[in-house]
Design a protein around this ligand. Structure first.
Ligand SMILES: C[S@@+](CC[C@H](N)C(=O)[O-])C[C@H]1O[C@@H](n2cnc3c(N)ncnc32)[C@H](O)[C@@H]1O
Length: 236
């Protein structure tokens, strides 16, 4: 008798000449993943780090672009998927398991990127499963990003760039101020209008309460959200 798990099928995602396996427990690519990849511009030979790489879309494309890539995730299934997807696409990615900066202690990079979990999460609603790791960004959405930003200056080579996505309701001015506070020169690399995420509808009142720059309409239910790719550059 065959078990359900041996007959579960295989989900694949094809993009830009690459093929990615999307295993159970790892978030499939979303609009934010593609938006991040489009603006995660690597130069051949650069030493690149992606934090929270998931199944490895950006990491594999960066390696295809000629970068030396370290990619991390806190979810073991994601790191396994990352390794499998690098192999599948014939590139080398140094995939490491661990929280935020822990897997790269003492190392330096030309480019560090993340499309982090950033959905503001009402108090008492945090969880520790893989789906929560992909979405939940702490009460204000900045939990992981704040740690990434604080640690970036000492892990960037002079002239190096930190690149990350945010939803508008995290605050564009807030992002720039956080970068300036650690000595990184901020700029907005790109903006895009995306469908308002299903999870954000479920948390709409909490998100409105966190939305210090008043980006979410108060008088009607939003259909879309603005997304930004933000860069902080370490002076050369
Ligand atoms: C929004 S998903 C993005 C995945 C992929 N980079 C993409 O763009 O599709 C965020 C990823 O960050 C990972 N993550 C969450 N917390 C983390 C942490 N503390 N350290 C490293 N990775 C983390 C999650 O497991 C998830 O794979």
């Amino acid at each position: 008798m065959s078990s359900a798990s041996s007959d579960a099928g295989l989900v694949l995602f094809a993009w830009r000449g690459c093929l990615f396996r999307v295993p159970d427990g790892v978030q499939p690519p979303k609009a934010g993943s593609l938006f991040f990849c489009r603006h995660f511009a690597v130069r051949p030979g650069e030493r690149v780090l992606e934090i929270g790489a998931g199944l490895g879309l950006a990491a594999v494309l960066a390696a295809k672009g000629g970068a030396h890539v370290v990619a991390t995730d806190v979810v073991p299934e994601a790191v396994a998927a990352l390794r499998a997807n690098a192999l599948l696409n014939g590139v080398e990615v140094d995939a490491r398991l661990g929280d935020c900066w822990a897997p790269v202690a003492g190392e330096r990079f030309d480019l560090i990127g993340t499309n982090p979990p950033q959905m503001p999460t009402p108090p008492g609603r945090a969880r520790s499963d893989a789906a929560a790791a992909a979405d939940n960004g702490g009460v204000d959405g900045w939990e992981l990003l704040d740690r990434v930003i604080r640690g970036a200056p000492e892990r960037l080579r002079p002239g190096g760039r930190l690149v990350f996505t945010i939803f508008a309701f995290l605050g564009r001015k807030t992002a720039c101020a956080k970068l300036e506070a650690v000595g990184l020169a901020p700029s907005i690399l790109a903006s895009e209008t995306q469908d308002f995420p299903r999870l954000a509808y479920e948390r709409l009142e909490h998100i409105r309460a966190m939305d210090a720059e008043a980006t979410v309409p108060r008088d009607h239910t939003p259909a879309t959200v603005e997304r930004f790719v933000v860069q902080g550059r370490r002076p050369g």
